[in-house]
Design a binder for this molecule. Sequence first.
Ligand code: S3P
Length: 172
Amino acid sequence: MEKNIILIGFMGVGKGTIARAFAKEYKVYNIDTDDLIESKTNKEVKKIFERYGEERFRALEQETANWIEANVKGTLVSCGGGFYKVNNLKSLGTVVLLDASFEWIHKRLKNAKNSKAKLAKRPLFAKEKEAKKLYNERAEIYRQVADVIVDVEKLATKEILEIISQAANISK
Ligand code: S3P
């Protein structure tokens, strides 16, 4: 895989899960922008929001995007839900959107085994009404910035991985 795959989509849509499955199946490295920020700052994303505010977190996302552009090749990059706002997104690789309805995402998070932890680490998902508003604000923009849109609600994991591999131009 020459270019990076930049996996975007709303919180809880399953970017991490799909990224891990893809990495295993196609033997590529998979990195996560939230993890990169946490490792660089030695602080949890949730703490960064609480202590320094969203603006600081967005600046850290931009720094991370700059680092990826300069240093990362042939890697699957799983992005935080707001990462699409960085000003160099399209230079980072092929942008793949995992798309689903808010209701599906909400159900997925609620039904997850570690549902409490999944919700607790996502400050912007704390209030359902606000999360829904954010979803509605972003849904169309996600589609506009994406090179490839994958409707995860209607597809099996195997099919999702297949579509991503075609976008990445790699085979097993
Ligand atoms: C955010 C999504 C989160 C994390 C932060 C902000 C967002 O990542 O980056 O809480 O603005 O949508 P996930 O999409 O992995 O939950």
